[in-house]
Design a protein around this ligand. Structure first.
Ligand SMILES: Nc1ncnc2c1ncn2[C@@H]1O[C@H](COP(=O)(O)OP(=O)(O)OP(=O)(O)O)[C@@H](O)[C@H]1O
Length: 264
């Protein structure tokens, strides 16, 4: 589906004057070999603009994880086109896909995947190691917020710590930087995991049931954070079974048997 620039201007922020596509899926199919073959995504067409906040719902087995894997460049469509930030991804080699993923996409999962014996700030710092951004001379994508200056980047490991602290600041848990994850509440842990996802200033945050392990108060804190991040120009896609999470999103789509339909 294509969306008018006017519709995207509902979001606020300097970046929203012109709608700028981050995700463009066109007629994407993903089939898995089986007898008969499973069509987990069936001609999915979807455009998500910079600063959009999209919730994806659907019954078990409908194709949500497959969609997330395709959007996250963890899996390739069997056919169709996927442009991410203007780059056609389907024909890219594995190395280029990995680099694009590391530069542009942050992932948030239901279970926070924080290393229990590393402090919160070290967990966030590790994101850069895994992203292969150790040298980190790369200019962050222009999503505003906690971009740290070149001086910090040049400080090597110290720069990484400064960037991690800035990311923790951005999500409101800088005061827990030196703690082990086990001492944090569920909501604080998820915010730390979001800080880790924000390292490298991605343009797209892909979230799989991000509030599935949280009580209502912590869910509210994470949803408030998503609102803020979106206001800073981050694009957020959330897979969720939870009605209240879907209700907070600007747009909702539902997948049934691999077919994606936009809801009102
Ligand atoms: N690697 C695979 N090989 C074969 N079939 C697969 C594979 N991955 C997914 N499928 C099938 O594709 C369909 C969509 O699966 P998917 O995991 O995307 O659903 P989902 O909506 O995320 O489900 P859930 O909410 O239960 O996690 C299902 O029928 C599933 O069995």
């Amino acid at each position: 589906m294509s969306r008018s620039p006017a519709r995207s201007r509902r979001a606020t922020g300097w970046w929203s004057a012109v709608a700028e596509p981050v995700i463009e899926l066109a007629e994407v199919c993903r089939e898995f070999p089986a007898q008969p073959p499973v069509r987990a995504l069936d001609r999915v067409t979807l455009r998500v603009d910079r600063g959009d906040y999209l919730a994806v719902a659907g019954p078990s087995g409908s194709g949500k994880s497959t969609l997330l894997n395709v959007l996250g460049l963890l899996d390739r469509p069997s056919s169709g086109s996927y442009r991410l930030d203007g780059t056609e991804t389907t024909a890219l080699r594995d190395g280029a896909r990995t680099r694009l993923r590391g530069d542009r996409i942050g992932f948030v999962f239901q279970s926070f995947h924080l290393l229990p014996h590393r402090s919160v700030v070290e967990n966030v710092m590790l994101a850069e190691v895994y992203r292969g951004r150790k040298k980190a001379g790369i200019k962050p994508a222009d999503s505003g917020g906690a971009a740290v200056g070149l001086r910090a980047v040049k400080q090597g490991r110290g720069g990484r710590r400064a960037r991690a602290k800035a990311a923790l600041e951005r999500v409101g848990v800088a005061h827990r930087a030196g703690f082990l994850p086990g001492l944090l509440s569920g909501g604080e842990r998820q915010r730390a995991a979001i800080a880790r996802a924000l390292m490298g200033e991605p343009s797209l945050l892909l979230c799989d049931e991000p509030t599935g392990n949280l009580d209502s108060r912590n869910t509210e804190a994470v949803l408030g954070l998503f609102d803020e991040l979106r206001g800073q120009g981050l694009t957020i896609v959330v897979i969720t079974h939870e009605r209240e999470v879907g209700a907070r999103a600007e747009r909702r789509v539902r997948i049934t048997d691999g077919v994606l339909v936009e809801e009102d």
